[in-house]
Ligand binder design. Structure first.
Ligand SMILES: [Zn+2]
Length: 458
């Protein structure tokens, strides 16, 4: 005796009673065969039903020669009139997504003559892959049409025709090659297709179908969609978002697009204005720094008797782009070494840069000196009072290496250790960032001292 499937006739049954025909234990689980069931065992891409038999959870359902077995993890003692209950909310949700897919597939076939390649019903989003590449206009046309189909309240029929009748039915897709019975789902004049899934009784139950996204996928078009409560909730959420955005921009829905375009225009004007002001600021600041440098930080190279302008400064609340601009501006001229830093609450940024002529000149002279005098360089040692004051451990070897030549990258990598940071660069430009550990003044002072030393030894 085959199990009577109640769900095709009435997809809304959530409680029913049945007789236990057979009970067997396989791997400590109880397999229960019922005379009738409302538990859909899954098919056509639709997930199986969930629920209980006499309060015991059904963990699996399968069919064997027309008999439907319900798998339980606990023993079922009753055999007459056992009370079964399915999760109707879950069933309806999955059923509506599936019926929506049939409506969408039918509509794409009818309106743009494209058939369905594959379907997927997910817990949050479902997809239907339509053959070929579709454009936005085509997709929107179908979206409008399927919602009209919903409001037209079209009956969704499901039936199993005889083999003879089946030959006369014009189905959208080829029928499966099987001797088993073939179930047909017919949605008015829109769509006829073979399917073993459980469907709504009418299109109106679906409430709405929303296409949330469409994209190319392996030569086809993947349509993401929602139906039933999923679609309603999605639309409500969008509605709330829209209201919130309108309030933020202080305009009505109709003016929103224009308001956003106006805002974009204002923003780009402000950005341009800001650029100009920043350029002016950089110009002024550079001049100011050069002025200060004339009196305080000029370092004379002992060997070639030429002046090197050494500028170091710690800013607060300046971003790294600003520091870069200042450094680049100053180093456009010959003979500048610029050591800049900026701190905010969480981190510090540093930029070290020098004019191109300096690395060539000083390093060339340095090499010449080594060659000429066979000079063995003495290691650099941190002055004891400063070491004690700052309580900073810096390896003597690194310092020695850093003092060999004017190289901004090396100097920065060496200095940044004092800030627990990272960074790097080349001989003429380097940047880095570190934690604001209160050591920024010391770090810049340290780098300044090293540069002076390199230049003097150069
Ligand atoms: Zn189907």
């Amino acid at each position: 005796m085959k199990t009577l499937k109640l769900y095709y006739e009435n997809p809304y049954i959530n409680v029913f009673t049945a007789e236990v025909i057979e009970k067997k234990i396989i791997e400590n689980k109880y397999h229960i065969l019922l005379n009738q069931t409302a538990f859909f065992l899954g098919g056509g891409g639709q997930e199986r039903d969930f629920g209980t038999i006499e309060g015991i959870e059904v963990v699996d359902i399968y069919e064997k020669e027309g008999n439907i077995y319900h798998v339980l993890e606990k023993e079922l003692n009753k055999i007459h009139k056992v009370r079964c209950e399915i999760d109707l909310k879950h069933r309806k949700d999955k059923m509506y997504q599936h019926s929506a897919q049939h409506i969408l597939s039918g509509a794409f076939f009818k309106l743009v003559n494209r058939n369905t390649k594959s379907v997927h019903f997910g817990n949050e989003i479902s997809t239907v892959d339509i053959e070929g590449i579709l454009n936005e206009q085509e997709v929107m046309k179908v979206e409008d049409y399927v919602n009209k189909i919903i409001s037209d309240n079209i009956v969704i029929e499901n039936f199993v025709p005889s083999k003879k009748e089946l030959k006369k039915i014009n189905v959208r897709r080829d029928l499966p090659q099987t001797d088993d019975e073939i179930r047909i789902i017919k949605i008015g004049a829109l769509d006829v297709n073979a399917c073993c899934g459980v469907h709504a009784k009418s299109t109106l139950e679906l409430k709405a179908i929303v296409i949330t996204k469409f994209e190319k996928n392996k030569g086809n078009t993947r349509i993401e969609f929602l139906a039933g409560d999923r679609a309603v909730n999605y639309l409500l959420k969008r509605e709330h978002n829209l209201k919130r955005i309108c309030n933020k921009v202080s305009c009505g829905e109709e003016e929103l697009e224009n308001s956003i375009m106006n805002l974009n225009e204002k923003i780009s004007d402000l950005i341009n204005e800001n650029k100009k002001i920043t350029e002016q600021l950089v110009d002024l600041e550079s001049k100011k720094l050069i002025g200060e440098c004339e009196f305080n930080n000029k370092v004379e190279s002992e060997l070639n008797n030429r002046e090197v302008n050494l500028i170091s400064k710690v800013y607060s609340d300046k971003n790294i782009e600003y520091l870069k601009k200042i450094a680049n501006k100053l180093c456009e001229e010959d003979s500048f070494v610029v050591l800049l830093a900026s701190n905010d609450k969480e981190k510090v940024n540093i930029i070290f840069a020098c004019s191109k002529n300096l690395t060539t000149d000083i390093n060339k002279m340095k090499n010449n000196k080594i060659k000429k005098c066979n000079h063995t360089k003495k290691g650099y040692e941190v002055e004891k009072d400063i070491q004690d004051k700052k309580n900073i451990e810096v390896k003597k070897d690194n310092l020695t290496k850093g003092a060999e030549e004017l190289n901004m990258g090396e100097l920065l990598r060496d200095t940044i250790k004092l800030l627990d940071g990272k960074g790097g660069g080349n001989k003429v430009f380097a940047q880095g960032g570190g934690k604001n550990n209160g050591n920024i003044e010391n770090a810049i002072e340290y780098a300044t001292r090293k540069v002076k030393e390199i230049i003097k030894n150069g």
